[in-house]
Design a protein around this ligand. Structure first.
Ligand code: MG
Length: 379
């Protein structure tokens, strides 16, 4: 793989928190990717909500299929720009590991519960999962990933949190950028969810093509599809439009980013980090069009009556679980009580309860809620 000078080079990684011998038949970033895929948090993504709760239908995106789509987009762009494909993939696959059950509703509910205890943020939790919560290696806690993968996972941090995190938090205090692979995974995330949410929204019948035609990015590509193929089935029409939108976004991202790189001429990943602004970007026109799609989805899909009803139920489940478990930590499963180590410190207890809830899949959370609240359930 030919790497550009500004790509992350596994031979020159800033390393792992716990030093390990170099891997034999794979690079440091391939090893990160492999550890992420073998983690239990990764497997649980299959049963976590993206927009639709898992049991609402078998064809909707889950956090797992979302993460695979992000990785696929990030890898294509990484290859085009001669960036490190393995690192872009590792970051993409790990970016949502800290997500609570029930998507953003679950995260908002857990954050509200944790307000007096330091808050809860799914992105910070993703780093916590790979740094602390995975616990199957003999020699270290977490997955012991490289600095570059951890840097990419942590997309934002408050000043207080950044100070606690040390090296990986530093850029938030100095207002620096992460490496290009991290910037790329971030945009690939957005391309993936904007497009698959249109697809899922249409399939669920919560959005209509007529409504979506108010979005310029959609209307433009939809016109093109109808002009080329006047007799498509609704499914083909939907897919042909969406694949063209993804194509346009990816092409614009590659071209604009390459122009940015040609202009800034970074000679190393550290030059990239020292930039004031990200170098992996859309053109101004596509950025505006992508924002208008985002606003449309917020108004018409994420706040749709049916999504909202499901999400209020989800918030109730998370909040009631949290309150009951924090009020009596003996209700926690034994291995989580062990994580408490008999601590009476309220902050620590709340964090352990939040870790337990954040790790739940949708159906585990619903089931655990029933087990705790329904006296007819024996276990
Ligand atoms: Mg995501």
């Amino acid at each position: 793989m030919r790497l550009a000078p500004y790509a992350a080079d596994p031979e020159r990684s800033r390393g792992r928190r716990h030093a390990e011998p170099a891997p034999h038949h794979r690079s440091e970033y391939q090893r990160d990717r492999d550890r992420i895929i073998h983690s239990s948090a990764f497997r649980r993504l299959e049963y976590k909500t993206q927009v639709f709760v898992n049991h609402e239908g078998d064809l909707f995106r889950t956090r797992l299929t979302h993460s695979l789509e992000v990785a696929q987009i990030a890898r294509s762009v990484a290859r085009t720009l001669a960036l490190n494909e393995d690192l872009a993939e590792a970051i993409s696959l790990a970016h949502d590991l800290g997500h609570t059950p029930f998507g953003h509703a679950g995260q908002d509910a857990l954050h509200a519960c944790m307000r007096a205890h330091g808050g809860f943020e799914h992105n910070a939790q993703s780093l916590r999962v790979v740094d602390e919560l995975e616990d199957k290696y003999a020699q270290f806690r977490g997955l012991n990933l490289t600095f570059e993968t951890r840097e990419g996972i942590l997309k934002h941090a408050s000043a207080r949190r950044a100070r606690e995190l040390g090296d990986v938090g530093e850029r938030f205090l100095k207002r620096r950028q992460p490496g290009l692979e991290a910037q790329l995974a971030n945009v690939a995330d957005e391309i993936a969810y904007n497009n698959h949410d249109i697809d899922d929204g249409l399939r669920a019948g919560l959005l209509s093509i007529a409504q979506l035609r108010a979005v310029p990015l959609f209307a433009r590509h939809h016109d093109e599809v109808l002009a080329t193929y006047p007799k498509l089935s609704p499914k083909q029409e939907r897919h042909e439009t969406i694949r063209r939108i993804i194509g346009t976004l990816v092409a614009d991202l590659c071209e604009t980013s390459q122009r940015n790189l040609d202009r800034a001429r970074p000679k190393s990943i550290d030059d990239v980090r020292a930039e004031k602004e990200p170098l992996i970007t859309y053109s101004a026109r596509i950025r505006e069009e992508s924002l208008s799609l985002k606003r449309f989805l917020l108004e018409h899909l994420y706040r749709h009556h049916r999504v909202h009803r499901m999400m209020t139920k989800a918030q109730r489940v998370v909040t009631e679980l949290f309150d009951a478990l924090l009020a009596d930590v003996r209700l926690l499963p034994p291995e989580w009580q062990a994580a408490l180590g008999g601590s009476r410190d309220e902050l620590h207890r709340a964090r352990v309860v939040a870790d337990y809830i954040a790790g739940m899949t949708d159906r585990y959370a619903i089931d655990e809620h029933e087990r705790l609240f329904d006296p007819r359930r024996l276990r």
